[in-house]
Design a protein. Structure first.
Length: 718
């Protein structure tokens, strides 16, 4: 093999996932910069590269050095040091400060930053705060690079090194060497398969007990991610044994160990099934059932009054005559300590909630309103004229304890709590929310039980209704005004297993179907409709008013591919940064994909990128007027959201919704999915795809069943 060494002038391309890079290198004896391709754990401009490989001729780009092995070291020339510091690798040092630092300290600059950082304040413009930031960033990147190198040596993606360091700190390598499966448990984006690869390279046997225990917990974790709160013992064992290609006896031994050490819990349900739970979910179900039944006891905080007089007053003041089901639900809401209001679109849930609020406010009740997402809370505030918060903001996160400020020993200050879009709430969040409700208070739970269940484990709203231990106001009469909307009439048709009806050619409507049999053609047609046809015909802003909702992430008509296509169409140019295989551009619509309590942004929040600062390695996202900063290393928390999955759209409403629906979505096609998608639109729905896919979705009413035991717990404690 030939050898090559020189100073890295520019990193042309680098894949964060596999370490492949294309770099331009200044090599002695070569007049022009040399292009080098290869893989390395990390690389920055200014660094010294030593590579082994061979020269080759690329037909498009000319001669290149294809490196089999690359070794990087810190630069020792002043020019290299300055480039290295200015590369954005150390947050807080851009081109200007890199030049000043090299001018002041020369070749000693690295030693000064690492061992005598107080001297940095000699440099003009560097005060105490910037000095501390530079030192912190230097130490952090040093540790992150060590983790990168460790992962890379085991053939693993280096893209998650920052997240690993954020969670484990300086002990990261030590912890991973002791139990590599901790990565699958703790680090989002690193699954069991990757952790298993590291374990094998570290010499952990294929049939080891450590692997069996990790595999068992991973399998149960995947099942809870699919919505289950528990899983049948024997099915869990056989699934795990199959995944690990391991003898069932070893997996049974692992289960016994996990049960003895309280890592898992085994209980029988009323049907006699032996169910295995993760402790968090087992106790969440029990605590939630106990608290709801405790809240249901006693008198309603609202003082007694003549209901018929109040009803007349409400109808007169609002100018709306309530239907029988609404009247009964109103009576229940001011008499029952805990009650549910459920029904589809156009049946008057909002009118009923506003009627309840009129009575409660007249009786001087302190009412709190909340919903699972920022958009749902915003809509609740708009329809009620009162303040409404997300559940997380209602409970208030405490960074010191990692929990919520409001809980049983520090309850919310309210007489009545009204929770909207409750079909979205998973069992853990529901347990935390109701734990914080004072025992004297009443609770009104509002939601559409026919929508998709929560993304997280459980089916709280459906289980409460199914238990028949809590009063339920079922609203099912579609009001005359709502019945003129095809969106609403079609939603109810779908719910009854009937195909939706679409207008004849040339007829105006708010619900259309566009036939597109070929997925590739459907993608092109969808782009053309969003960029040109819909804005021209219906006057919707393509970037702000139109939302694409798709059944899944993958595939030609999946969210990932559609986002890249729509980004090119709607936001093709501007300042940008590439991370985790995605381009993030100023003006892009993005979605938060996990709860980040420190930033106070939550899974499903949608915002827009306003600035990208290459020197500070940070971009800023505007979430409904609130600016939130992200380090470039944290960008795996954000994804483009021109197109999102239908699951992620729950609790939100958009002026115009476009829904690609094709047989390539076969696995996920079901009634509650298409019902949820259509009911997200306020003014216009366009379905694009095949009637066969639509028919499949409408006729498949069996939403995949979830194993939950909340309904039987509610009966047990009633």
């Amino acid at each position: 093999m030939e050898k090559l060494d020189g100073q890295v002038e520019r990193v042309v391309f680098r894949n964060e996932e596999n370490g492949f890079c294309v770099v331009r290198v200044k090599v002695r004896g070569h007049k022009d910069l040399v292009t080098v391709t290869g893989t390395t754990s990390s690389i920055s401009s200014g660094e010294w590269m030593a590579a082994d490989g061979e020269w080759m001729m690329d037909p498009r780009h000319g001669p290149q050095f294809k490196a089999e092995r690359i070794r990087m070291s810190q630069p020792d020339t002043l020019e290299g040091i300055e480039k290295y510091l200015a590369s954005g690798m150390v947050k807080g040092i851009g081109k200007e400060y890199a030049a000043r630092l090299v001018q002041t300290f020369g070749r000693d600059v690295f030693d000064v930053i690492e061992n005598s950082s107080a001297k940095l304040q000699k440099v003009p413009g560097i005060g105490k705060q910037r000095r501390e930031n530079i030192k912190k960033a230097w130490d952090e990147q040093k540790n992150v690079r060590q983790i990168m190198s460790f992962l890379f040596s085991h053939g693993i993606s280096t893209a998650r090194a920052f997240r690993i360091h954020k969670i484990y700190g300086d002990k990261a390598i030590e912890l991973v060497q002791r139990d590599p499966y901790c990565l699958a448990r703790d680090i989002r984006g690193i699954g069991f398969v990757i952790a298993d690869q590291i374990a094998m390279k570290l010499g952990i046997g294929k049939d080891s007990d450590l692997r069996a225990r990790a595999g068992l917990e991973y399998t149960l974790g995947e099942l809870t991610a699919a919505g289950h709160c528990a899983y049948v013992r024997n099915d869990l064992l056989s699934r795990t044994a199959e995944l690990l290609e391991m003898d069932l006896v070893i997996v049974e031994r692992a289960l016994d160990y996990s049960l003895e050490n309280d890592r898992l819990i085994l209980r029988s349900d009323v049907q006699g099934r032996e169910l295995v739970y993760l402790p968090k979910l087992y106790f969440a179900e029990i605590d939630l059932a106990k608290k709801l039944q405790a809240l249901a006891q006693g008198r309603h905080p609202c003082p007694p009054f003549d209901f018929q007089k109040a009803l007349q007053w409400v109808q007169q003041k609002s100018g709306i005559a309530l239907a029988n089901a609404q009247r009964e639900a109103l009576k229940s809401a001011v008499e029952s300590k805990v009650m549910v209001i459920t029904g589809g679109p156009g049946v008057g849930k909002t009118t009923l909630v506003n009627s309840v609020l009129m009575v409660l406010k007249a009786k001087k009740m302190r009412v709190s309103l909340c919903a699972p997402t920022g958009r749902a809370a915003k809509r609740m505030a708009e329809t009620t004229g009162m303040e409404a918060k997300t559940i997380h903001r209602t409970l208030q996160y405490n960074p010191g304890t990692g929990g919520f400020i409001h809980k049983a020993d520090n309850p919310l200050e309210c007489d009545v709590l009204i929770v909207d879009e409750s079909s979205m709430i998973d069992v853990v969040l529901a347990s935390q929310l109701f734990d914080a409700v004072p025992l004297h208070a009443a609770v009104v739970i509002v939601g559409d039980a026919d929508q998709l269940p929560s993304v997280g484990p459980g089916r709280v709203l459906q289980d409460i209704i199914r238990s028949k231990t809590i009063p339920v106001g079922h609203l099912n009469e579609v009001f005359r005004q709502a019945a003129t909307s095809r969106i609403i009439t079609n939603a109810h048709r779908i719910n009854q297993g009937q195909m939706p009806e679409f207008p004849a050619e040339g007829e105006m409507s708010d619900c259309y179907f566009v036939q597109a049999d070929d997925p590739q053609k459907a993608v092109g047609l969808l782009g053309k409709m969003i960029k040109d046809s819909i804005p021209k015909k219906f006057r919707f802003d393509p970037r702000n008013d139109i939302q694409v909702l798709t059944p899944m992430q993958k595939g030609e008509l999946g969210a990932r591919n559609l986002n890249q296509m729509l980004q090119k169409l709607l936001n093709p140019r501007g300042e940008e940064v590439e991370r985790f295989g995605l381009i993030y551009r100023v003006g892009d619509k993005v979605m938060q994909t996990e709860n980040d309590y420190d930033k106070e942004v939550y899974n499903g929040d949608i915002g827009r990128i306003t600035t990208i600062d290459a020197e500070a390695c940070e971009l800023v996202v505007d979430f409904d007027g609130r600016k939130v900063g992200y380090d470039f290393c944290e960008l795996d928390e954000l994804t483009l959201s021109y197109a999102i999955t239908i699951h992620k759209s729950q609790g939100s409403e958009y002026p115009c919704v476009v829904i690609p629906l094709h047989t390539q979505h076969y696995v996920l096609l079901q009634r509650s999915l298409i019902y949820t998608a259509i009911t997200r639109a306020k003014k216009l729905v366009i379905l694009i795809g095949t009637k066969k896919a639509l028919s499949l979705a409408v006729t498949r009413s069996e939403s995949r069943e979830r194993t939950t035991t909340l309904a039987e717990r509610l009966k047990e404690y009633s």
